[in-house]
Design a protein around this ligand. Structure first.
Ligand code: ADP
Length: 509
């Protein structure tokens, strides 16, 4: 999200840099790498700060090089799936480095906004507050299920004052969380604004069902919480120009989708049947994604609908992977399963399928359904979070139902809920006019970053406007480069907002 969003911000003329650890794979792909600063005395020791450009967008990226912390095979977990024991030190170092950049480092521009993402960067708003930096902080929750919790006793080691480690009831600035120290909580409590990646998820996380224990903290901070849905990279995910798919197609000419369907059936060992409804599943195979329930729903659906086919791409919990592989063995020609993470096949999947089945117990935003819609693959998804915000449910009993529906939403987490929802989609699939309307609506949805970026810009502008000392002292320098007239008008409004409040650089940690 950060790389795509930073590119979109840059397109609007914002001077943006990304700060991230110098993971070996990131360092290998970065362009024009040059050392810019040394930092001593971070929680994990000394570091070199490298400046480079992102390989695709050219956005400036600052890489925090601490090989003893970041030059490892995994990012947050070892190859066996266990969290690295020193994650607190690793990401406290990242947050401390962000704070130093925000305070001012020679050779680097000082940001007006520091935008931190998820628990990994959660300590940044706290450190910024402790250091008294002028820059404003924004913290985005991408998934509240992962919180970066560690023993409270380690707080002193990473420079958190004792009064912020007391039981939370006695001090609302405390980052104590059920007897632990929580990096996620540090971000929520100390950031000037908190966002999450859909409006519905922003409301859901205030409740025990979706709050993962953080609902009380979030309720106390609700006044600064909002939801801004993610966009997708519409040039990479574009059925009209996608090198990974068998034949390009578009809203005006969908003939190529048939060739993509044949290709998908072949790649997943399915019977070549142009009229078989083909359902794709492409996601992590975990409980979050309802994969346990879906695995039990599949045999029921295969019995009920004799021509129905499934193409499944994913990886995750071993038992779920095995359950799906057993289904493929039991239903040859009708269920194809590929375990692993494969970008090319993900494109083939969205291009070739008729329906995407995407169950979720909770879904902060979800990208998969956005890709599917762009490729005319109609989603059947849980009515939660970003899925409910981005899919318009088809309701055949309503007049003019086909005017705007883009998919099917279902409530519940049981086998019969999934079976019923897929059944609804299959009933529409056999009515070509309904189905084509659904496909057209789905493909017409604007999932580009433009809308989300303008919402973030409005939020940043509010924050810098709240800093009178800065007003009129700095003016945006880079002219916007918008693609359309409408975007140009929006750009002009943003320019005005930025020139009024200043806003030279946004740093995403
Ligand atoms: P989450 O971040 O919870 O896994 P999202 O839908 O927000 O779910 O984003 C996951 C992204 O990873 C999507 O773009 C999805 O298509 C992609 N993805 C998930 N599993 C695979 C896989 N096995 N191969 C290729 N892409 C995958």
């Amino acid at each position: 999200m950060v790389s795509a969003y930073a590119a979109a911000l840059q397109d609007t003329g914002v001077d943006v840099s990304i700060l991230m650890p110098a993971y070996p794979a990131a360092l290998a792909r970065a362009v024009d790498v040059t050392p810019v600063a040394r930092m001593t005395g971070l929680p994990g020791g000394d570091a070199r700060l490298l400046r480079a450009r992102m390989p695709d967008s050219g956005v400036t990226v600052l890489l925090l090089q601490m090989d003893h912390l970041f030059a490892r095979e995994g990012l947050y977990r070892d190859p066996q799936g266990r969290d690295y024991l020193d994650n607190l030190t690793r990401f406290a170092s990242l947050a401390a480095a962000a704070t130093r950049v925000a305070r001012g480092v020679r050779n680097l521009k000082r940001p007006d906004i520091v935008h931190a993402h998820d628990w990994h960067a959660g300590l940044t708003p706290l450190y910024m507050r402790l250091a008294g930096v002028a820059a404003k902080s924004v913290f985005t929750i991408h998934n509240l299920a992962f919180q970066g919790n560690h023993p409270l006793a380690m707080g002193g080691w990473i420079g958190v004052p004792p009064e912020l480690l007391v039981p939370a009831l006695s001090d609302e600035r405390s980052i104590e969380y059920y007897g632990s120290l929580s990096m996620m909580k540090a971000g929520i409590v100390h950031a000037d604004r908190v966002t999450t990646v859909s409006r519905r998820y922003a409301r859901e996380i205030l409740t025990p069902r979706f709050g993962h224990g953080m609902e009380g903290v979030l309720q106390a901070q609700a006044a600064k919480l909002s939801g801004i849905v993610n966009g997708i990279d519409t040039s990479m995910w574009n059925p009209a120009a996608d090198a990974y798919i068998a034949r390009p197609y578009s809203l005006d000419d969908t003939a190529g989708k048939q060739a993509c369907k044949r290709d998908l059936q072949q790649a997943f060992g399915l019977t070549r049947d142009p009229f078989a409804p083909l359902v794709a599943i492409g996601s992590r195979l975990t409980q979050q994604k309802l994969a346990d329930v879906v695995a039990r729903a599949l045999p029921v659906l295969l019995e009920q609908h004799p021509r129905l086919q499934f193409a499944i791409l994913g990886e995750g919990e071993r038992a779920l992977e095995e359950a799906l592989q057993e289904l493929a063995a039991a239903w040859p020609g009708r269920v194809g399963v590929q375990i692993g993470y494969d970008e090319r096949r993900a494109h083939m999947l969205h291009a070739g399928a008729d329906i995407l089945l995407h169950g979720s117990r909770f879904e902060p935003c979800g990208l998969t359904q956005l890709y599917a819609m762009r490729y005319g693959t109609v989603p059947v998804a849980s009515r939660v979070g970003g899925l409910a915000d981005t899919i318009v449910d088809y309701a055949p009993d309503q007049a003019r139902e086909e005017d705007c529906a883009t998919g099917f939403l279902f409530d519940g987490e049981d086998v019969h809920d999934v079976v019923h929802a897929v059944g609804r989609a299959l009933a529409a699939f056999v009515r070509p006019s309904s189905w084509h309307a659904l496909q057209r609506n789905a493909m017409s949805r604007d999932s580009s970053w433009e809308v989300s970026t303008s919402n973030y810009l409005a939020l940043y502008a509010d924050l810098v406007d709240a800093r009178p000392a800065l007003r009129d002292t700095r003016v945006r320098k880079t002219p916007g480069r918008s693609r359309t007239a409408a975007a140009g008008a929006r750009q002009a409004r943003r320019d005005e907002a930025f020139n009024a409040g200043a806003g030279e650089m946004v740093l995403s940690a």
